[in-house]
Ligand binder design. Structure first.
Ligand code: ACO
Length: 382
């Protein structure tokens, strides 16, 4: 069948397609650079906090002290889950994947918001605050409920990272642990039009709502080729077992074309700058805890991978050292990706708000490769 006369090109995976403009994050994949609103990620990781980065991504500038306090107050006012959400959480099977659980809970929040269909920026921002503020409590409460423990109420005097660890463990975290989570949240907050952000944008471009967009994004982040890789990294390290088994495992995996989780990236062909920072963290935690095995296994894998496939541009990505960092901080492995989602809520919402301001339905085409003119076969003849 003849198509209308428009120039089309096929770009499977959209590697070479720019789908629009954004002010949020800049990635230079060849040189391993990431900036949020022009500020280098190293600078933000060293000097900023997650709440400050949320403001930055949603307002395109750093906040004044008063503005930051005001955002924190808005977030803290939404920390509590409330009886409806908590009641719903108690119905989720204890053996459910925490990412399925989180996706379901964010979706459920849409059913409990009378303003769900109000698409004003103010209303959409309010929904983003709600989801971002409640996600730590959802993850922590689920983690406790499935172990037969009661959820711990959030504390309105704590920042998001400290509050999360408090609700998870029912004890105040040390400053170093809280800072490690906070920096990790900063590093994961945004990353251009990655797969989950794209999913959120496709959803909002139909003039759907913030809850629906974030639900799409969580479902997309879950996959092992995207955010789910951090859990797979940890399971891979457990499968390898010890440092003496690393060489054989990596060599055999490469020979059999099995991917090493936490390596490779669609955009970075140099070391992911977030991985560089997380590697430093993983080392610090290993030094503090005296448990060096995971860190040494990880650096050994990195050395072999750089020697064997570095020339193809395959280096550690954000998931590689975040796995070791989270594990050393005592997080259960299947909570790694939900923590990623907790942080990325900031970036997803930023892109949703941006899309609202200059919206166009996102509707690509595919090359039809099936037959034409096929006659319908009645059931009795099949
Ligand atoms: N281990 C070994 N080889 C790899 C890896 C890896 N982790 N990643 C890519 N390669 C190789 C491929 O085998 C392929 O080799 P070939 O050309 O000889 O066939 C080549 O590099 C290109 O790989 P593709 O998968 O086609 O590259 P793509 O851009 O589609 O993949 C992806 C990017 C999906 C991230 C890939 O590197 C991968 O699967 N990595 C492991 C999963 C992972 O860590 N995902 C997290 C990404 S970061 C994030 O989403 C937060």
């Amino acid at each position: 069948m003849a198509e209308a006369a428009v120039t089309m090109h096929m770009d499977k995976g959209l590697d070479h397609t720019i789908i629009g403009e954004s002010t949020k994050s800049f990635i230079d994949g060849q040189n391993g650079v990431l900036e949020y609103l022009g500020i280098d990620i190293d600078d933000l990781a060293r000097n900023s906090t997650f709440e400050e980065v949320v403001f930055l991504l949603w307002n395109d500038r750093l906040p004044s002290a008063d503005e930051l306090e005001s955002l924190k107050s808005e977030l803290r006012a939404e920390y509590e889950l409330g009886s409806e959400l908590l009641g719903m959480l108690r119905l989720v099977p204890a053996d459910a994947s925490p990412m399925h659980m989180l996706r379901t809970m964010v979706s459920a929040m849409g059913t409990m918001d009378a303003d769900c269909d109000d698409q004003s920026l103010e209303s959409e921002r309010r929904k983003a605050i709600k989801v971002l503020a409640k996600t730590p409590a959802i993850i922590a409460a689920f983690s406790r409920l499935r172990k037969g423990e009661e959820p711990v109420a959030p504390r309105a005097d704590l920042d998001i990272a400290t509050n999360f660890l408090w609700m998870l463990n029912d004890e105040m975290p040390g400053a170093a642990s809280a800072r490690a989570i906070d920096v990790s949240l900063v590093l994961h907050a945004d990353h251009g039009i990655n797969a989950s952000t794209f999913a959120a944008m496709v959803t909002i471009a139909t003039q759907s709502d913030m809850y629906s967009a974030l639900t799409s994004a969580i479902g997309t982040l879950r996959g092992p080729l995207h955010g789910g890789a951090n859990e797979r990294v940890m399971r891979m390290l457990q499968e390898i077992g010890d440092i003496d088994s690393v060489d054989a495992f990596v060599q055999e995996s490469l020979a059999s074309k099995r991917k090493i989780m936490g390596f490779g990236h669609r955009v970075y062909k140099a070391l992911d700058p977030r991985a560089k920072y997380l590697r430093t963290f993983a080392k610090q935690i290993a030094d503090e805890t005296g448990n060096h095995e995971l860190y040494e296994m990880s650096t050994r894998i990195q050395d072999i991978m750089e020697r064997e496939v570095g020339s193809k541009g395959i280096y550690p990505n954000v998931d590689f050292y975040s796995a070791t960092t989270y594990y050393s901080l005592g997080l259960e492995i299947d909570l790694f990706t939900p923590v990623f989602a907790l942080s990325r809520n900031a970036g997803w919402a930023a892109h949703v708000l941006e899309q609202h301001q200059d919206n166009r339905l996102i509707r690509p085409r595919c090359q039809y490769t099936g037959p034409h003119g096929v006659a319908y076969t009645p059931m009795s003849d099949r």
